[in-house]
Design a protein around this ligand. Sequence first.
Ligand code: C2E
Length: 351
Amino acid sequence: MSTQVQTTLRSPEAFALARRAVDEMERAGVWPTPLNFELWIHWLGDPDGALGQEMTRLLGDGTAFTDGTAEMLAAEYLPRGRLSEEIRDAGAVLNRELSTVSEAIAKAQKSQAAYGQTLAGASAHLESSAEPSALLGVVSTLSRATTQVQAENATLEKRLETSTKEVARLREHLEQVRRDAMTDALTNLANRKAFDEELLRACDEAEKKRQPMSLAVLDIDHFKRFNDTWGHQTGDQVLRYVASVIGRISKAPRVAARYGGEEFAIIFPSESAALVEAALNQIREEIGSRALRRRSTNDELGAVTISGGLAQRRPGETGSSLLDRADEALYASKRAGRNKITNGERLEEAA
Ligand code: C2E
C-alpha cells in the first residue's frame, strides 16, 4: 500500500474515504469484495499513483471491470506490498526460530562446560583419595551429570528437528507466495510482471547463445462486445477457455502469459518465427472450433476467435522493440478481418 494511502487511512479522513470507496464501487456497478475495496481505496486515496491512473483510465473508457480485471490490477500493482508483508512475517518466524535454537545451544554449551568441570573435579578427587567410599561418590556424581547432559542433548536435538521442519514449511510457503505473485489468478498463466522478467531473460539468453527467439501476442476478437452481451462472468470464463488452449500448446520452455485484459503473449525461446507460426495457427483453430455455452443458462455463445501477431528477435533487439513489432503484426491481423495470425517477418519482407 502506498505511503500516501497508508497515511490517509490513519487520519480523520479515513472513514470518509472508506464511505466514498463504497459509493464509487456502487456507481461503477462492481461488488464491494475485499479486493475491489482495496483497489478503490488506492484509487481514491492516491489518484495520481500508477494504480490510481490505471483505474481512472479503465473506469473512464467504459472497460468492463470484472473480477479478472481486479486480479490483473492487483497482480500488477499490489503484489510487491503483499509479498513484502509475507516476507516480513516469514522473517519474524525465522528470527524466532533462530533465537530459540541459539538459546538451546547456549544452554547445552553451559551444561557441557559444567559436565567438564564435574569430570575434572572427579579426577582430582580420585587422585587425592583411594577410599572405596570416595570412589562410589565420584561414580554416582558422574552418573547424575551424564544423565543430565544426555537429557539436555535430547531436548536440543528435538528442538533442532522442530526448527528444521518449521524452516522447511516456511520455505515452501514462500515459494508458493512467489509463484502466486507471478501468476494471473483468473487464468493461471504467468502474469505481466512474470512475463516482463521472462522476456528480459529470454532476450539475454538468445543474444548470448546467438540463437533465434520469437514472440507472439494474441487478442480475443470483439471481446468487449462479448462481455457487454453476455456479462462479465461469462467473459471471464471465455478468458479461462482461451488461456487453457494457449497454455496447453505453450508448454515449457515456451512461456505463455496473460498480458492485459483480453491480450495474451507467448515467448518462444530458440524457435524461429517460421516454426512458431504453425503452433499459433493450431491455437487459433482450436479456440475457434468450439461452440461455447453459457454455464448459467446453457445459451449457445458461439465460437470465439483470436487474432495474433508474431515477430522474431533480431540480433541486439530489446524485448520492448520485439513486443512493438509483434503488436504491429497483431494489428495487421485485426485490419485484415481478424481470426488470423500475421508473421511480422513476412509483413516486413513485403513492405
Ligand atoms: P472449468 O469450468 O473449471 O473446467 C475445467 C476443465 O474441466 C475444462 O477444461 C474441461 O476439460 C473440463 N470440463 C468442465 N466442464 C465440462 C463440460 O461441461 N464438458 C466437458 N466435456 N468438459 C468439461 P477446458 O475445456 O480447457 O476449459 C477451461 C475453462 O474454460 C473452463 O474451466 C471454463 O472456465 C471455460 N470454458 C470452457 N468451455 C466453456 C463453455 O462452453 N462455456 C463456458 N461458460 N466456459 C467454458
